[in-house]
Structure formats: C-alpha cells, structure tokens
Unconditional design. Structure first.
Length: 470
C-alpha cells in the first residue's frame, strides 16, 4: 500500500452526480487494484458548510486528479469550480477522461491544457490499461523518508486547523442564543491581530468559513433591524509592505466587505496595541453583554475561551473600540451596490486614505512619493471597461506620464484579472474554490451579503446549510 503523511494516496474524481454510478462501476476498481483511495465530491446530495471545508482540504491533499467529462458535465455548472482549482494548482497531476464527443470548451475554456484520454463507449481492456498508465505516469508529491520534519509540520498545521474550527464553533455556541434574543440592542466589535503577526491568511482559511458566514449573517440581520453593523477592527503596522503583502491585505478586507461586513482600519507603530488596551489579541465585544477571547488564537495549543460578562469591564473594552472607530486617523471601509459594477465612482474618496498608507505614501507603479505630485486611485484591471470598483482592483498612483505609461502597458498585457497568484494562495493555505473566484477583478453584479459565496457556486448551499433555510 502506497502511503503519504495523510495515509493512503488517493485520486480526486471530479464528476457530476449523473455519472457517479459509471465512475464507481468502471474507474474505482482500477484505483483499488493500484492501491489508491478515491474521493468523489458528489457523494452527498447537498453541500453543507462542513463538507465544503472538507472537500477543499481533500482538493489540496489529493495525489492525482481525474475529471470525467460527459454530456451531463455541460449541464452542471457546479463542477466548474473544481476544474478551476485543478487547472490553477495541480494541472500536471490531472487527466481528463472524455466519454463520447463532448465539446471540451463548453465545460471549461482552459480544460484543453490538461492531459486527456478519450474513452471507448464499451469500456474495454484498452481503456483500463490506458487509465492505469495515466495514473502511473502522474508523479505525486513525495514525502522524505529520511526525516520526519515534513510530517511534523503537517501535523502541526492540522492541529492549528482543528483548533481554529473548535474555537470558531465555541464562539458560535455562545453567541447564537445571545444574538437570538431580539430585545437586546447588540453593538458588537471584533478585534483581530493576525495582520500584526504577519499572518495574512488566517481569517481566510477554509476552516473559518462557518464562522465568517455566521458573523456576516448576524450582521445582515442587525442592519435589517436598523441596528449598528458588526465592525471589524484591524490594526496594521506602519511599514513598507511587499507587493504580495499588499495584495493579501487588500483581499482580506475585500473578502470581509463582500460578505457585508464593515472594516475599521488604523495604522500603528505598536504591534502590542491590542494586548495593552484589551488584555487580548482578539475579541468579540458585545456592549452590555460580554467579551469573548481566546488568547493568542493563532499560536497556542489550547482552545479555551475567556468569557467576561461583567458589564463594567465589557463596556470599558467596548468604549475603547468605539474610540478607535471614530478616531480621526481610523479608516472605515465597506462595500455598496456599486462595488461590483464598472460604473464611474470616486475611488479616491472610497479607498484613497487606506491605499496611501498601505503603500507607504508611494506610487504603486513608479515607487515615487505620492505627495510630490498629484495622485489618484485607478483600476488595476479594466479591460473593455469591465473592471469592478472593489478594493482589490484599486491602486494609488502618481498622476504622471510615467505612471500612466506603466499602467497602459500592464493593461495591454491583460494578465491582471486575478488579484492573487496561485503561488500566494497556496503558500498561505487559502487556495479554496471560493477565494479563487472572489479574487476576480472583473466580477460583476455580485451580491454584498452572506450569500456571496453561494452566488459564486450555487451548489455550495453554505448559507442555507448554516441558517437552516431552503
């Protein structure tokens, strides 16, 4: 039996529910003879939030990939997200199995770059041998047998993943009945120190998607009832950030705001500012109700919540967050109905202050100080006027001929549609199928709500699974 650090090697099979019986009848026996396990995404009829998290983890961990293409595939848009992910991150480990003469470009515009095997309609010995040869040729990722370093690192990552899920669920278990009491006028802040740690992927990890949807769903209900929205307070260090760091930080806020959250950002030279003012590095603070924290959420092994229900202490913390949110140096950002559109808006008014500080007062294209010349906020991607007005599509640039020439040259190359590279998403373990789609700078008419991820791929049913709605 071939093994890796996760156990038996397995093949991820992307197929429609209609083709599942054929896959199990003909393909699975071949895998079993080769000592390979398998995962078929459509084993469950409905995607639950937990299942989406699990499937994303399996996509990352699989050793080989099979994409089964039939006429049914053309009618099933949900498989597109899986194919997107495979093409972007594991194209050398994938094989397309085409039954019949299905038009490949109708399935995915880039699917022809993958290895392909056209199968006979009667599934004969030639097909079996061909599939066996294809799977043998695909070289899976190897784990060194001379050291346990890789295995230890993987186990540590998995332990942190598990802790994130446990901590998020404990927050939800406590907050659900609190938020369910309609007579409370809840005024809530979240504080988060992950940026100060340099962990720009922490809140984007798939293990926290249930928490993100829970908090954004409650936030949407707050606003429907005329209450103050939940605000996320995120301090950022004043420093020169790399281009990759800037892209990740912008995408973090983009993700939150796409779910309808309001973000309060302030720049600081003190990386312990939250510890000093709140005695914790992350908090949920509900005025007159409670504060909830898990000290050093991203690093410690424990998952014990510290819950304070003393009103005086809670309201003191709440007052600190309120003062931060209204401070003249703080920047409040949120999306509106024009964010996922290409209509002309004043991008400098919306994001100018934030981008100026994030870019250390330098032009994103020429690196010259912005305050020496006039400057403006422009779109990164705007091919044929189709770039949206989201934060990830904005740059602060000098209003000079040099900057305009560089931007025009980049626009002609047409390679700027996605805000995050495959390498960056993989490095920070945020290579989830919804992030791959949400980082599209050309995405239009996208809802600003907790349903944002379901809109990307209706088969997720994440919002419905979380809220119990049909």
């Amino acid at each position: 039996m071939v093994t890796n650090v996760y156990g038996t090697e397995y093949v991820y099979i992307a197929c429609t529910p209609v083709d599942l019986q054929f896959v199990k009848l003909h393909f699975v026996p071949v895998l079993e003879r080769m000592g390979l396990g398998f995962l078929v995404r459509q084993e469950d009829a409905i995607w639950t939030a937990d299942r989406v998290v699990r499937v994303n983890q399996r996509l990352r961990d699989a050793n080989r990939y099979l994409i089964v293409v039939t006429d049914a595939t053309l009618r099933d848009s949900s498989i597109r997200a899986e194919i997107d992910w495979i093409i972007r991150y594991r194209p050398n480990l994938a094989t397309v199995l085409r039954l019949g003469k299905t038009r490949l470009k109708g399935v995915h515009p880039q699917i022809e770059i993958l290895d392909r095997m056209d199968l006979q309609s009667n599934w004969g010995e030639e097909d079996i041998q061909g599939l066996t040869d294809r799977l043998t040729e695909k070289k899976p990722r190897q784990v060194s047998k001379d050291t346990e370093t890789t295995q230890d690192a993987t186990q540590l990552t998995r332990a942190k993943d598990l802790k994130m899920i446990q901590v998020a669920q404990k927050h939800i278990n406590y907050l659900s009945p609190v938020y369910g009491q309609m007579d409370y006028f809840h005024d809530t802040y979240f504080t988060d120190k992950s940026f100060l740690y340099g962990d720009y992927g922490a809140i984007l990890r798939p293990e926290l998607v249930v928490w993100q949807l829970f908090s954004s769903t409650e936030n949407a209900r707050y606003q429907r009832e005329g209450k103050r929205p939940i605000r996320r307070i995120a301090p950022l260090l004043r420093k020169d950030y790399s281009l990759h760091e800037i892209d990740l930080i912008k995408y973090n806020f983009h993700f939150q705001m796409s779910l309808g959250m309001e973000c309060v950002v302030f720049f600081t030279d003190d990386n312990l500012i939250l510890d000093r003012n709140t005695a914790s590095d992350n908090l949920v603070i509900i005025r007159n109700v409670a504060s909830i924290s898990c000290p050093h959420f991203y690093w410690d092994d424990n998952d014990v919540l510290a819950i304070v229900e003393n009103k005086d202490k809670v309201n003191t913390l709440h007052a600190y967050c309120h003062d931060v949110s209204i401070d003249a140096d703080s920047i409040t950002m949120k999306y509106n109905s024009q964010s996922y559109s290409s209509v002309d808006v004043d991008l400098k008014r919306l994001f100018g202050r934030f981008l100026f500080q994030l870019q250390s007062g330098k032009c994103a294209l020429t690196k010259q100080p912005l305050d020496r010349t006039g400057w403006r906020v422009v779109k990164v991607f705007d091919a044929e006027g189709n770039g949206n007005n989201t934060l990830i599509n904005c740059l602060a640039v000098a209003d000079t001929k040099e900057a305009r020439n560089i931007r025009d040259e980049l626009a002609r190359e047409g390679k700027l549609r996605l805000a995050l590279s495959a390498e960056i998403m993989k490095t920070y373990q945020i290579d989830s199928i919804w992030h791959l789609q949400l980082c599209d700078r050309g995405l239009q008419q996208h809802p600003i709500s907790p349903r944002a991820l379901d809109y990307l791929n209706p088969s997720f049913c994440l919002y419905n699974a979380l809220t119990g709605k049909s």
